[in-house]
Write a protein of this length. Structure first.
Length: 307
């Protein structure tokens, strides 16, 4: 069964196929068409009378009717010689399907595995040698600038996975969430899942000591409305109330957004408990915990009390 790390790495490419193109072009120097659309394609390859096989992710660069480049993305966490034959099959099958250049991109979270994955695969078919493009920790940039991390959030998540023991990397990643809109909870979740236990604790500590960003346009809009309503009243009381209501709606929406992005199910009662809370300190506490809890029950249980 695929691990959490395997599935999370795969999601980086399934949620934004362009990321595969960026790694190949900018990090590995592969000549993949630029300014061409990239989209997911079927990853099943059938070679009857043998069995069906499924690649982790298949991406086609170019219009569906005129493909320009095919990319097979495989996630590899350990050395498995039996997998190498499959990679050559995937590449050949996709080439036959698209009739255009094909690149196999292997994503690894271990440097030794990446070195192994980059070795040429010599097949028994004369002249057919596949050389996968492997991307591992050694090639992952150390991103310590928040703006750079915000501009390349998927790569920043990989940087946390590969170099998270560097405090500047984790600080830059968390700070970058302030520059990202509604997808910030999703990217934080990616990095958190990919990080080691020690780095996860670092991420939690940084989050607990900083102001969590306003993620969604909805929250930001209503935060602004609250402030504007207070200003129009022309009274200090109105301004304070507007600010409080705006902050409340901002925090409420942020809590729900984080939980939803992480797949945490909320009952109607739990959702109402959050949306009717007027205590800003409590909402802030829930927001910090929402990035790490595994259930709604855990969200409502203070850390110093048993769940």
């Amino acid at each position: 069964m695929p691990s959490v790390v395997h599935d999370t790495l795969n999601l980086l490419f399934r949620n934004r196929p362009e990321f595969a193109v960026e790694i190949l072009r900018e990090q590995l120097g592969v000549d993949v068409p630029v300014h061409a659309p990239a989209h997911l394609a079927a990853g099943d390859f059938n070679d009857r009378p043998s069995r069906d096989s499924q690649a982790d992710t298949v991406i086609v660069v170019g219009p569906p009717h005129d493909p320009m480049h095919g990319i097979v993305v495989e996630i590899q966490q350990e050395i498995e010689d039996s997998k190498r034959r499959g990679l050559s099959r995937y590449a050949a099958a996709l080439w036959l399907r698209l009739d255009c250049p094909v690149t196999v991109l292997v994503i690894c979270n271990d440097a030794k595995v990446a070195k192994w994955a980059a070795e040429p695969i010599v097949t028994s078919l004369p002249g057919y040698v596949l050389t996968p493009k492997a991307f591992g920790p050694d090639l992952t940039p150390v991103i310590t600038d928040a703006k750079e991390a915000a501009a390349h959030p998927e790569l920043a998540a990989l940087s946390v996975m590969a170099h998270g023991e560097n405090p500047d990397v984790t600080k830059a990643f968390v700070a970058s969430m302030m520059h990202i809109d509604r997808d910030a909870p999703q990217y934080y979740e990616y990095a958190y899942r990919l990080a080691s236990k020690a780095v996860r604790r670092t991420l939690e500590e940084i989050m607990a000591s900083t102001t969590w960003p306003v993620y969604s346009p909805f929250a930001r809009e209503h935060y602004g409305k609250g402030l504007e309503a207070g200003k129009k009243e022309g009274k200090e009381e109105g301004r304070k109330e507007g600010r409080k209501e705006g902050k409340q709606e901002t925090l409420t929406e942020a809590v729900l957004t984080v939980l939803d992005s992480r797949g945490i199910q909320l009952s109607a009662a739990a959702r109402e408990h959050i949306t009717t809370c007027h205590d800003l300190a409590q909402l802030n506490a829930w927001l910090r915990r929402s990035a790490t809890v595994g259930s709604a029950e855990e969200l409502f249980t203070p850390p110093d009390q048993p769940a």
